[in-house]
Design a protein around this ligand. Structure first.
Ligand code: 5GP
Length: 393
């Protein structure tokens, strides 16, 4: 047994130090980023010379967008969410549970946004691969991104799957995860991943750390994996643990190329969950004159919620796999999140926050935020005295 003594950090352990800047307003901040991916090879034969040799042109369809991603979770990674977010060039990793037909119908459309901002997600079983092959063969170049996603990205089987996919599908952008250390990030990129997903245990409905004691503080994981990936020309996603726009900004400031959100995008219409209405009796009394008497009744408050759960929770296992297998325990929770209507407002709030971060840090573009950032360690990030009494923004 060995102990690593250096302190590792979470989003809650730091703040971003403000800097003098020439930026006038947050409106000037450019949140879009453009990436070319390290391992993806979209060669397309576009012409044939008289001697019969094809002229092979590299038809790069570079990524350009607002590098936030919706997680492949029930209630978040849905087709409706993907279409809505793609309007703002935001990316979605679809849930793994869509059928082949549903996926083929979705990708086989005339909407280029579905190619550019949506990934099909799979695991690493043979049936996952067979399903992927079916969809890929029926949709061709319309499927550009695949997210190969397992809870523990440290198995050699996972690495081998990434490398097989790289060899079989050179024209796919491969997202692979999850890991939390630089050396495994490098290994996955060298095996063929373009984008590595980073995060073990930080998620809002994740209980891995409680069930297993395994994990890595998320901001340090992001900083270390980003450093490793960028050294090789790869990219990373900070996946999980963001609770507010400030956390999203800290993830970008820590070097994340993309930030993936589950809980922050849950509870919206586009997630498709059932809206549950609950009624609470409050302590507030309503007085009403009835004849010559005064009747007092308690005010009833109505609140709307949507169920949200981790993809390794008992709820997810019951819904998709006929219950938990007898050798495993649940590593996710089931919660009720407040119903929040359309996702567009939430997205605006997140982007508004990140834009404002850039102005404080003196970054004209999101791309510059990490370079402009000095984190300060802190014991308290904000004053929560009125958090429970807040009635509006
Ligand atoms: P959030 O943004 O909600 O904090 O985190 C979302 C991430 O949590 C997902 O992208 C995924 O990596 C992770 N996650 C989702 N469901 C589960 C689960 O049941 N268990 C664990 N350990 N992680 C989960």
């Amino acid at each position: 047994m060995r102990i690593e003594e250096d302190l590792k950090l979470d989003y809650k352990d730091v703040l971003i130090r403000p800097k003098r800047s020439t930026l006038g307003s947050r409106k000037e901040v450019d949140l879009e980023r453009g990436f070319t991916f390290r391992n993806y090879r979209p060669y397309v034969a576009t012409d044939v010379l008289p001697d019969g040799y094809p002229v092979v042109q590299e038809q790069y369809r570079h990524y350009r967008g607002t590098p936030i991603m919706a997680a492949n979770m029930d209630g978040v990674g849905t087709f409706e969410m993907a279409d809505k977010l793609a309007e703002g060039k935001i990316f979605t990793c679809l849930v793994k549970t869509y059928s082949i037909n549903e996926l083929v119908n979705y990708f086989d459309s005339d909407m280029p946004e579905r190619t550019d901002y949506v990934a099909m997600s799979i695991g690493i079983t043979d049936s996952d691969h067979a399903k992927f092959r079916d969809v890929y063969e029926q949709t061709g170049s319309r499927l550009k991104y695949v997210c190969i996603d397992v809870a523990n990205g440290y198995s050699s089987r996972f690495r081998d799957t990434v490398s097989e996919f790289r060899m079989m599908y050179p024209n796919l952008v491969i997202i692979a995860g999850n890991v939390v250390t630089g050396e495994m990030t490098e290994e996955l990129i060298l095996a063929g991943a373009d984008i590595v997903k980073v995060g073990i245990g930080p998620g809002s409905v994740c209980t891995t750390r409680i069930q297993t004691g395994v994990g890595y503080p998320q901001l340090s994981a992001v900083m270390e994996c980003a450093d490793a990936a960028h050294g090789l020309g790869g990219h990373i996603i900070a996946d999980g643990g963001c609770t507010c726009p400030g956390d999203v900004a800290k993830a970008f400031a820590g070097g994340a190329d993309f930030v993936m959100l589950g809980g922050m995008l849950a509870g919206h219409d586009e997630g498709g969950g059932e809206v549950i209405t609950k009624y609470y009796q409050t302590n507030e009394l309503i007085r009403e004159d009835v004849g010559d008497q005064t009747k007092e009744t308690r005010q009833v408050e109505e609140k709307k919620y949507v169920q949200f759960y981790g993809m390794s929770s008992e709820s997810a296992n019951d819904k998709h796999f006929g219950g938990l297998k007898d050798y495993r325990s649940s590593e996710g929770r089931t919660v009720l999140v407040p119903y929040r209507g359309e996702v567009a407002r939430t997205v605006q709030e997140i982007l508004g926050g990140v834009r404002s971060t850039c102005t404080y840090a003196g970054a004209l573009k999101l791309k510059q935020l990490a370079k402009c950032t000095t984190f300060v360690r802190c014991t308290q990030t904000h004053n929560a005295v009125y958090e429970k009494s807040t009635i509006g923004n």
